[in-house]
Each structure stands twice: as C-alpha cells, then as structure tokens.
Design a protein around this ligand. Structure first.
Ligand code: NZQ
Ligand code: ZN
Length: 381
C-alpha cells in the first residue's frame, strides 16, 4: 500500500434520538448561532421546531439564514457571510442536506475572511480559519457532514466549483436516520447514486490490488446497491435509511482512498456543469455521466472495471458490470441519458467547455481536455 495521511476530526452522533444532545453540543461552541436551512422541508417535518427548542433550552441565541436552494448559489452565500459578520455569531448550525451544509461551510469560511468568499473556489485565497460548524443531516448522499469539502454555484459565471479545506470539517454532526423518512423517492435515489459514485470514482481510478481498501470500497458500494431500492420503496424502513446514511458518510470521509491513491472525481467534474447549466440534481447528473465515463475508460481502466463488475455486482466482464450498474440506476428511476433531462447532443460542446474550467481548476486538464469531455458526453447522449 502507498503511504498516506488520514485526518478526520468530525464527532458523529448516530441513531434514533441523538438530537436531544444538539443544544448542549452547540452551546459548547458558542452563545450565538447562525441557523442555516433550506427551502422549507424542515418546517414541514417539524424538525425546525425541535431545533429551536434545543437551542432555547441550551440558552443559545440564534439568527436564521433559511432559503438555501438545492445546488446552493453564491449570492445567497454572500448574504449569509454578511449576516454572520454583522450579527457576530460564534457558530454555524446547518440543518439539511449537502446544499445546506455546503453553504454553511462557505459562510463559516467567509465570516472569518477579508476576501470575497468566491476567491476560495478559484484558489485565489486559502481558508486558514473558519467559524465552528455543527450539522444535522436530513438527507443521505453527499457526505458533506463528515468531510471538509463544499460546492457552490456562481450564477453569474455559470460555474459550479468546489474545494476542500481542513478548517471546514464540522465539529459535530448529528445523523438520525429517522430524519430521512420524509425524503421523497427521487431525492433518496439521487443521494444513493451520489454516495455510490464517491466510491466508484475512487475505485475505478486507484490501484485495486490491496485487500483492505478494496474491501472497504466494495462493502460501501454493495450496501448502497442493496438498500437504496428498499428505501425508495419503503421510506420509513429504519434499517435501509440507517445503512444508507452511514454508507454515505463513510463514502467521502477520506477513508476509502487511504493507501491506494487520492480522491479523483472525473465524472463529478463533468456533472457539475450539468448542475450549473441545467440546475439538475447532482445525483441525477451522476447517473447520466458515470456510466458514460466508464464506457470511455473501458481500456484505460480495464483492471478496475473488471474488479468493479465482480466485486460490486457479482458478474464477469466490463460490459456486464456497466450494464448491471445501469439496470440498478433504472430500478431507482434515475435518468441515465442526457436526453432524459432534455439535454440535446447539440448542447454537448457548451457543456464540455464549461466542464473544462473545473478540469483546469482541479488540475485534471492534461487528460480531460474539451475534446475528451465531449467524447465522454457523447457516450451519455
Ligand atoms: O431545501 P429543502 O426544503 O430542505 O428540501 C431538500 C431539497 O429539495 C430536500 N430534503 C432534504 N432533506 C429532506 C428533504 N425533503 C424532505 N425530507 C427531508 N428530510 O431534498 C432536496 C435536496 O437537498 P440537497 O441538500 O440539495 O441534496 P443533497 O444532500 O444531495 O446535496 C446536493 C448538493 O451537495 C453537493 C452537490 O453538488 C449539490 O450541490 N455535493 C457536496 C459534496 C460535499 N460537500 O462533499 C460532495 C458531493 O459530490 C456534491 O457535489
Ligand atoms: Zn457527489
């Protein structure tokens, strides 16, 4: 195995009822919180009231920053940074999914900086410090609750960029699977696909000859393959929601690539342009791009794709592996072609140009040129 550094300082409270510790944990980090949430699901489910009760009981004052949209945008993030600075908050409390947690991370960084928050995304500035972050996860998928990454869309530049910075690891994350019972079937599926691809992208780009990393990755992927269809059909199946929640957190917490390589996300790089240009859900975009990427890399990643077929779907052969993957995506009712989301073949050049910006920013442009990205997208049409 290769040498590696593994660092993950997030304290996780997992299971039914863990929310009863929320107020206490937030109060350890500050007296005044910025309470960040999305477009209203937490009000409909009653979670908002439970959070407010916890904060009040613990004597934590709070200012609200609701209205984070799925695929969070820079303008709303900047408003959050201003609010955090003006109100002098000590801690950021994010209650929601990856979008809410990512925007909360950007606000946590921006509140401690003199530069514009977007400078971090273009690597013009580095996050040296951030307000502490606490998260309450309401949808499984991104792994943002247990990692230091974040993705935001700059609406003016039509660019969806992401980066990682260690000060942005949440201090504490609350993972109660029952909070995901209300996630609708489509979002449940997209989250599962997102978590699956966080692992499959690493697996298909790394050295698959080491038992422990290979086993960890296959186990996470097989868990998701098994339980996602159950959660879609039976939203209140605790075991399914719990397995998916923990699998998603582990999928992008850094443990999977220890000893075998680095985090490599080419399908993500291309998908972010689908989200930026068409506002498609991240997991839905991945269901379209990832099989196409696998087809394009059939020869270059022969060993990995053969192992993927056998280790995850129990079949022999690359084509059989990709077909099994696509069958599973269809079982989850995910789109698997660009045409399924109304994107035409004639749109491909614009998407490729857009994705190339991120290819450059992520240092992948030696291989992922505009031409290569176009060829991959043609396999997704
Ligand atoms: O906004 P609300 O009203 O809360 O509704 C959300 C939203 O419509 C809804 N939802 C969430 N929890 C719910 C619920 N509805 C009912 N009951 C609940 N318990 O679900 C919808 C999707 O939420 P969102 O947070 O957008 O989903 P997700 O967690 O998939 O996050 C997607 C974002 O995370 C980024 C993606 O690019 C995308 O912008 N990612 C973040 C990563 C990271 N930080 O490490 C890595 C990923 O690769 C990904 O890029
Ligand atoms: Zn993802």
């Amino acid at each position: 195995m290769k040498n590696f550094r593994y660092f993950n300082p997030v304290c996780i409270y997992f299971g039914k009822g863990v929310l009863s510790r929320l107020g206490k944990e937030v109060s350890k980090l500050g007296k005044k919180a910025l309470f960040v949430y999305g477009m209203g699901s937490i009000k409909r489910t009653g979670l908002y009231d439970r959070v407010v009760e916890q904060l009040k009981e613990a004597g934590v004052e709070f200012v609200e920053h609701g209205g984070v949209k799925p695929n969070p945008v820079l303008s709303h993030t900047r408003e959050g940074v201003e609010k955090a600075k003006k109100e002098n908050v000590d801690v950021i409390l994010a209650v929601g999914g990856g979008s809410v947690i990512d925007e909360a991370k950007a606000i946590a960084a921006g509140a401690k900086a003199d530069c514009d928050v977007w400078d971090f995304f273009e690597f013009k500035a580095i996050v040296k410090d951030a307000l502490p972050i606490v998260t309450v996860l309401t949808i499984s998928g991104t792994g943002s609750e247990m990692n230091a990454g974040l993705v935001i869309t700059n609406e003016e530049k039509k660019a969806k960029f992401g980066f990682r910075a260690e000060p942005l690891y949440p201090k504490v994350s609350f993972l109660d699977p029952t909070l995901t019972f209300t996630v609708p079937p489509d979002q449940t599926a997209y989250g599962a696909v997102d978590a699956f691809t966080h692992v499959s992208e690493v697996y298909c780009n790394c050295d698959v000859n080491h038992d422990l990393p290979k086993g960890i990755m296959e186990s996470i992927m097989k868990t998701i393959v098994k339980w996602a269809p159950v959660a879609v059909k039976e939203p209140e199946n605790y075991e399914a929601r719990a397995e998916l929640m923990w699998a998603s957190s582990l999928a992008l917490c850094g443990i999977t690539w220890c000893g075998v390589g680095d985090l490599t996300l080419p399908a993500h790089m291309i998908e972010h342009s689908l989200s930026a240009l068409y506002d498609v859900a991240h997991g839905a975009g991945l269901a379209i791009v990832t099989p196409g990427w696998m087809k394009y890399m059939r020869e270059a990643r022969k060993e990995q794709l053969e192992a993927f077929a056998k280790g995850v779907f129990g079949v022999e052969g690359i084509d059989e592996g990709i077909e099994s993957f696509e069958r599973w995506l269809k079982e989850l009712n995910c789109p698997t072609r660009l045409s399924d989301i109304g994107v035409k073949s004639s749109d491909i050049p614009e998407i490729a140009e857009n994705a190339y910006q991120l290819s450059v920013a992520w240092g992948m442009s030696d291989f992922y040129t505009v031409e290569v990205i176009k060829e991959i997208l043609n396999l997704c049409a």
